[in-house]
Design a protein. Structure first.
Length: 443
């Protein structure tokens, strides 16, 4: 089967949208660590749209830290791939052209450092998932994890080269689901630099920024069926790097860049001075309800998010979490309507064409649960209110950690499994000296 590539682009069916700019003449302006399905359906898609609208020189070099999988999928295709937006009854396909290619850091470390150090690079962005930040339970940097194959090492080496060459700094843009992701990244980077390159600290502080972002788009892991559907729509061309996503997308970015940036606001992103209210609502409502549906849904025998939300008991629980427990803890931005947000989330979860596996959301609970549920729990308890939905979610998480849904996929899996075998799992997890530090303490 022929692959999608710059050579086969012209043979695509007319209804498939494709890049409107000359890819070859564009410079790389962004180096992105963690070029998984989410980045391809979100930031790279916005960047492609900005270049379609006339912006220039914002091609992306993707970096995978260890796995060569994505490089093997994308490089033979010249970086091209399909984003299929799947609503209940139709799929709209677009070929995205903004990725120049993918480097595998474990195989070509010098090329990754050179990409960060290149004069045209202005933004280094990250989608490395919550665990990729290598945080200890108390949120400080775990230096054992942040070793020579972490993004900290490559970014630092690239910045050192920039400083030596007298080049401008860069914007470090976290696109992960972490509360206050910009401030957290900045603090963790500084901890790394203070230990490994203390002389670079003043240069970093004066020349680089770490804006916060709220990123939102539901992107299930691509399946073989998705690839077959895309190949059919591409007139028989194989696309090993395609992603299937929902029509909805949102990107709220703190407008605090060290230098130039794409005109993402022309293609739907919101550039604001304060991301906090959007980020908090998204983490506590969308992601909070997602994790609830994942653990309670798996326990009830469901496989997909759309099945779980169609279960009346689980839907009531998700509504309770979003409207009665999370929403009252959030101070909305002007024009932010949390009730309408909850309505929209229920409709998005119900999209029957997205096969979003609950087990995908259930992974890495140790990194997700504290910020998705425990802040909500703490705020409510301070006001004397209980949170029955979150309590139910915690019980279902413990059930999951006991292995009832299969092997536990979590960087702390072994420790978690031991903790939930104790007499009081909540204390073993969250009590004084417990496994996970959170500002909430079980009574
Ligand atoms: C999900 C998120 O896997 C998960 O934990 O809750 O990936 C979610 O789909 C995205 O944050 C939506 O923007």
């Amino acid at each position: 089967m022929k692959r999608l590539s710059p050579d086969t682009l012209a043979a695509l069916p007319a209804e498939v949208a494709r890049p409107l700019y000359d890819r070859e003449s564009q410079e790389v302006g962004i180096v992105h660590f963690g070029i998984g399905a989410f980045h391809r359906a979100h930031q790279a898609w916005y960047t492609d749209a900005a270049m379609n609208a006339g912006d220039r020189d914002w091609m992306i070099t993707g970096v995978s830290l260890r796995s060569p999988g994505v490089a093997r999928q994308m490089n033979p295709q010249g970086g091209l791939y399909t984003v299929a937006e799947q609503s209940a009854d139709e799929a709209a396909l677009r070929i995205v052209g903004s990725v120049r290619g993918v480097l595998v850091a474990s195989e070509e470390p010098d090329a990754v450092i050179a990409a960060v150090a290149a004069p045209a690079t202005r933004i280094v962005s990250l989608t490395v998932t919550e665990k990729g930040y290598c945080r200890r339970a108390d949120a400080t940097l775990d230096f054992d994890l942040a070793h020579s194959l972490s993004f900290y090492y490559f970014v630092t080496q690239g910045l050192l080269a920039r400083a030596k060459a007298g080049l401008p700094g860069v914007t470090l843009l976290s696109c992960d689901n972490l509360a206050d992701n910009g401030a957290k990244l900045e603090s963790l980077m500084l901890q790394y630099l203070e230990r490994h390159e203390p002389d670079l600290v003043p240069w970093f502080a004066a020349n680089c920024t770490c804006p916060s972002t709220m990123i939102d788009r539901i992107v299930p892991a691509t399946t073989d069926e998705d690839r077959a559907m895309v190949a059919k729509a591409l007139g028989g061309l194989e696309d090993q790097a395609c992603v299937v996503t929902e029509p909805f997308s949102q990107w709220v970015i703190e407008d605090r860049f060290a230098g130039a940036r794409p005109r993402w606001e022309d293609v739907g992103a919101q550039l604001v001075s304060e991301v906090g209210p959007y980020e908090t609502a998204k983490l506590r409502m969308l992601n909070g309800a997602h994790s609830l549906l994942a653990y309670c849904g798996l326990r009830a025998g469901h496989e997909y998010v759309h099945e779980a939300i169609a279960d009346p008991d689980l839907r009531a629980l998700a509504e309770q979490l979003m409207r009665q427990e999370a929403a009252p803890t959030i101070t909305p931005a002007p024009n932010q309507d949390l009730d309408a947000y909850a309505d929209a989330l229920i409709a998005r979860f119900a999209n029957p064409s997205l096969n979003h596996r609950l087990i995908q959301i259930a992974m890495d609970g140790s990194q997700k649960v504290p910020q998705r549920w425990l802040e909500t729990l703490k705020h409510n308890e301070q006001q004397g209110r209980t949170c029955p939905a979150i309590r139910e979610g915690l019980a279902a998480w413990v059930h999951h950690l006991q292995g009832h849904n299969g092997p536990v996929d979590d960087p702390m899996a072994d420790k978690l499994s031991r903790a939930v075998k104790s007499d009081n799992p909540m204390i073993a997890l969250f009590g004084d000296g417990g496994l996970l530090t959170s500002r909430w303490r079980p009574q």
